[in-house]
Each structure stands twice: as C-alpha cells, then as structure tokens.
Design a protein around this ligand. Structure first.
Ligand code: ASP
Length: 397
C-alpha cells in the first residue's frame, strides 16, 4: 500500500484527492468543515520551513556564482527587468480578469470553520512550531523542540558521513536536509487537498472552485504573455531567431513541465543552449547555471497573482502601496525559491505575511498547484534561456 502511494506520481495523488474530497464534501455537508485540519497543519509546516530555505538558497546561489565583472551588471540588469515585467504582467492580468470576484469568503463561513478548532485541536496545532527557532525562545514549547529535532535528526542521517571541509559543504548539508524535510511535507499535500476540497464544498458549495478555475485561466494566460515577452526580447536584442528557441530548447521546456523543477532541468537547459542553439559557452553557463538560481520569473508572477486573487476572494482592496509591497516581496520570494517542485508555495507564505493576508487561504491554491507549478517552472526555464540569449548579444559566435 505504502509502495503504491510512493510510486504514484504526486499530481495523480492530488487529482485523486480532489475527487475523493469532492465526494466527501457532498456527503458530509457542513460536517466536512473539520476536514480542513490537515491543510492548516501542512500550511503551518510550510511557513515554518520557508525562512531558512530562502536564506540558504540565496546564500548558496551567491557563494556558487562565478561572475566576471562586466557580465555581472548585464546579468543583474536582465534579471531585474524580466522579473519586473513578469510581475507587471501578472498584476495587470489579475486586476483585469479579477478571478477572485467569482466568489467571496464571508466572515460567517470562516467563523463556522474556525470555531470547530477550539479545544484540543487548537492546542495541538499550537505546538507545531511557527518558525524553526521559535521553540527555542523564552515562551518555547518543548513539543516544538522535539518536532524540530526529529525532523533534522532523521533528515541528517542520510548525510552523516558527508565530509565538511568548506563553507559550500556546510551550505549543501543545510539545504539538502531542508529539501528532504520539504519533500516529506509535499508528500502530505494530497491529504491537505482532500481536506480542503471536502470542507470547502461541504460548507460553501462550488463557488470557490469556479473562482479557482478563473484563477488557473488567468495564470496560464499571464504566463503565455510572459513567454511572448521573452520571444520578442530575444528577437530584438539577440541574434537568435525566436523559432530556434522553441525547436532547440524544446527538450528543456518539456523537461521543466514534466519535472516541475528548474534545477533538475538545468543540465538539459545548458546542453540545449550549447549544442542546439549554439550560444557561447559563457552566456550559456551564466544564464542556465547562475540564472536558474536567481531567475524565477514564473514564480514571481504566480506569487503576485495569488496574493491579489486571495485578496479579491476576501473582498479586500489592496492599495497601490500594498500591491507594491506584493511586487517587491514577490521578487525576493522568487529569488529565494529553490528550483524544486512546490518551492514557490513555500515562499508564498512570506508574500502573504508582508501584506497581512492570512496564510491559511493558500490551502485553496494547493488544489491547483500541481498544474500551475509545471507551467511556471517552464517559464522559469524559458527566462534562463532568454537571459542567456541576451548575454550572447546581437552577433553569433
Ligand atoms: N518549481 C519551480 C521551479 O523549479 C519553483 C516554484 O515552485 O515556483 O522553478
């Protein structure tokens, strides 16, 4: 049974969870509210792991980056402009289509759900640490310390013989153990999806899912616009014909979509840039290797759109200043998102925190993240390819 669970790809498990959740929601009606507990727990765990993961991902990217002086400024300029374009496109589309206006979370339905969490369940959730260092502060809870110790103890067992002789080794160990813990949490996501679908349908019916459908449409539309932006930029600012990107980098784009991991795709991206598109070695390696650490435009676009979508669902009008805060934190969150599946979901907790949006609403996004993660990863990789082409300049080798 466990074998079957582990062997089934995550997206199939999530689709299964949606279907079973739907059934339970219809059968149990309002009683299904209780089933939203796993989602709360998983979101709490994602929030806990976000800050150290972002910290180590950025530090490692900086330590690994091998840049020559002239190239650093050009690379930084390309990265910043592309990410800003992605966020502007995302914000424009979500403000224009307003997917969140198709449904509204009312305080009442939310209160109905939260009132069930009083008592022992709330106490249990309270013991799950909100941050890795949280349990060690003055009001620390011993159970929290035990949870952190167990997680790191088991994750580090795999690495116990790994020699530490440089700072890079240390960073590798830190990041690998956090990634292992994140993988465990991601494996629990189908349970959260089951619970959130059952409780939302049971308590509120289908209206949230209609809004979610519009959100998926909006994100895919915005990502396509971003792809058009890349191809135009490549056409204008580099020697590479855009159609050559689509045929020469096809393998990398398909791999990104199928693995949801730009890091796993990195070697293929590099090979496509060198062998098929024939970029210079330096531009290919800068864009694919350095870019893949910092450059996550698809993720930035997605995080900004998600924050606005949830604000629309909650009927909150974000001011221009708050939207700007969303944009800035989305840039930081996309830089800090490791190139692994669902990393964007982890860093999104920080974007929500910055403008005071309740992170528990991210739960509803879990149901569609398996698809949107693939789409934004493809754009992340396309962003790396674009940066490589821009660095390669207007004349071929
Ligand atoms: N999966 C994405 C990537 O690998 C990161 C994310 O979750 O947004 O690029």
């Amino acid at each position: 049974m466990i074998n079957f669970w582990v062997k089934t790809p995550l997206y199939l498990r999530i689709i299964g969870a949606v279907l079973i959740g739907l059934l339970f929601g219809l059968i149990l009606g309002k009683d299904a509210a209780l089933l939203s507990i796993p989602a709360k727990l998983i979101l709490r765990l994602l929030t806990t792991i976000a800050p150290p993961l972002i910290l180590l991902a950025i530090v490692q990217a900086l330590v690994h980056a091998q840049l020559r002086e002239g190239q650093t400024a050009r690379l930084a300029k390309a990265l910043i402009i592309n990410t800003l374009a992605a966020i502007c496109i995302g914000l424009f589309v979500v403000n224009f289509i307003k997917p969140g206006s198709w449904s509204h979370f009312t305080r009442n339905s939310q209160e109905k759900i939260t009132s069930i969490f009083q008592g022992p369940l709330t106490q249990f959730l309270d013991n799950v640490p909100k941050s890795i260092l949280g349990p060690f502060t003055d009001d620390g809870k011993v159970i929290g310390v035990i949870i952190v110790a167990l997680a790191f103890g088991v994750a580090l067992r795999r690495l116990k013989d790994y020699p530490i002789s440089t700072i890079q080794d240390l960073l590798h160990i830190g990041l690998s153990s956090l990634t292992t813990i994140l993988n465990w949490i991601v494996n629990l996501v189908p349970f959260a999806v089951f619970g959130i679908v059952a409780s939302t349908i049971g308590v509120k019916g289908f209206s949230d899912f209609i809004a979610l459908g519009w959100f998926v449409f909006s994100v895919i539309f915005a990502l396509l616009l971003q792809a058009c932006y890349y191809l135009t930029l490549i056409r204008v600012k580099s020697w590479v014909p855009p159609f050559k990107i689509l045929s020469g980098a096809r393998d990398a784009l398909v791999m990104a979509f199928s693995t949801s991991s730009s890091t796993a795709t990195m070697p293929i991206t590099y090979a496509c840039l060198r062998n098929n598109i024939k970029l210079r070695e330096e531009s290919a390696s800068l864009g694919a290797l350095v870019g893949s650490n910092f450059n996550n435009d698809g993720t930035a676009l997605y995080e900004a759109m998600s924050a606005l979508f949830i604000a629309q669902l909650l009927n909150l009008n974000l001011t221009l200043f708050q939207q700007l805060t969303v944009a800035i934190t989305s840039i930081a969150a996309s830089v800090g998102a490791a190139g692994i599946p669902e990393a964007g979901l982890v860093t999104m907790t920080m974007v929500f925190g910055a403008v005071g949006l309740p992170t528990e609403y991210i739960a509803i996004l879990l149901t569609v993240d398996w698809l949107l993660d693939r789409c934004r990863t493809t754009i992340n990789v396309m962003g790396d390819i674009t940066v490589s082409c821009l660095l390669d300049g207007e004349t071929a080798e």
